[in-house]
Design a protein around this ligand. Structure first.
Ligand code: SD4
Length: 326
């Protein structure tokens, strides 16, 4: 309650100019304070993953920690073979091998990450194991796979017949070109606030379809694909990972929220950073979602077509995100 009051008061300070809006000019130059009525637990995730987000939300209702809720939600998409951007059924690299990236971060600021992992679908859980059972933050490739097997994860071929067929079709032209919101979308980034008001998040992906062998995007990079600060909130990214890494997007959003920007405004500023580098309309998509300590939600993308799910007050709903270009 005290913190809530503090945030409201400092929001007013930012409106009277302690934080200069000119520093962060964006398309919608608004300082809307979206006072939230949302109460913990809350789960918010990228895209229309209603099932994943509802399962995460129900876990939280049943007393799961924010970290376990986020991993449970991510695992739904990791096992959804029709999602070709996450886990089992993910689109392969240009050589036909599915390789996965994921990370998690908890309320203590601890984090774990895995990248370029083949043959193991539950990479968000694996990232948690890296965080909890090793002295390290990140394991990649063979080392991550060996660690997974030592922890009892099942080794399996992640390339489904349908993903193989699509890849073979792509091979005919083998022209690497991301298509906004068609191919290369559907990474799950999920932010949870548990009954205690603590935050955690997870991000899980197979990356860009037909990427170069060994390519790693933003999703396993702490601060780019995901960042949590329990005193502030959290943010996650989806879309063209290279652009997110170049601007350290999720960390940027959390730091802006620390300066008392709303999650919405912080997401807009982070997208604006990417836009500023581009001449003309980018032919790729990047989208962010964010949440702060008082349950305010933000979401913004470069191009239209992005949506997110919010589970709160025991209900899950999909919301269309605002975008820079309409
Ligand atoms: C990546 N950001 O590897 C991921 C791809 C993605 O929805 O988010 N797709 O660049």
């Amino acid at each position: 309650m005290k913190r809530r009051k503090f945030l409201k008061n400092t929001s007013k300070l930012s409106l009277v100019g302690l934080i200069s809006p000119d520093l962060f000019e964006t398309k919608n130059n608004s300082f809307l304070i979206n006072n939230s009525n949302l109460k913990a637990p809350i789960s918010v995730c990228t895209w229309n993953f209603s099932n994943a987000n509802t399962i995460a939300g129900s876990e939280l209702e049943n007393g799961a920690s924010a970290l376990d809720g986020a991993i449970k939600g991510a695992s739904v998409e990791e096992s959804n073979s029709s999602n070709t951007t996450v886990g089992y059924g993910g689109a392969p690299d240009s050589e036909g091998n599915v390789s996965l990236d994921a990370c998690v971060m908890n309320h203590l600021g601890d984090c774990g990450s895995v990248a370029a992992v083949k043959n193991v679908r539950s990479v968000a859980a694996l990232a948690k194991d890296v965080m909890e059972k090793t002295p390290h933050v990140m394991l990649v490739g063979e080392g991550a796979e060996e660690f997974a097997i030592s922890q009892g994860y099942k080794a399996e071929n992640l390339l489904t017949p349908s993903s193989k067929k699509q890849w073979k079709k792509w091979l005919d032209k083998s022209n690497y070109k991301p298509i906004i919101n068609i191919e290369n979308h559907d990474t799950i980034g999920i932010l949870c606030m548990d009954n205690k008001g603590d935050f955690s998040g997870a991000c899980s992906t197979s990356g860009l379809a037909y990427k170069m062998k060994g390519r790693v995007g933003d999703s396993p990079i702490i601060g780019s694909g995901l960042f949590i600060d329990n005193t502030i909130g959290g943010a996650v990214a989806t879309g063209m990972g290279e652009e997110v890494v170049r601007t350290v997007g999720s960390f940027l959003i959390v730091e802006l929220m620390r300066q008392n920007y709303t999650p919405q405004k912080a997401c807009e500023i982070a997208i604006q950073r990417i836009i500023n580098k581009e001449k003309g309309k980018p032919d790729f998509q990047v989208a962010y979602i964010a949440i702060n300590k008082i349950g305010e939600i933000g979401s913004y993308s470069i191009n239209k077509g992005f949506s997110y799910c919010l589970y709160a007050n025991k209900k899950n709903k999909n919301y269309k995100s605002d975008s820079y270009f309409n």
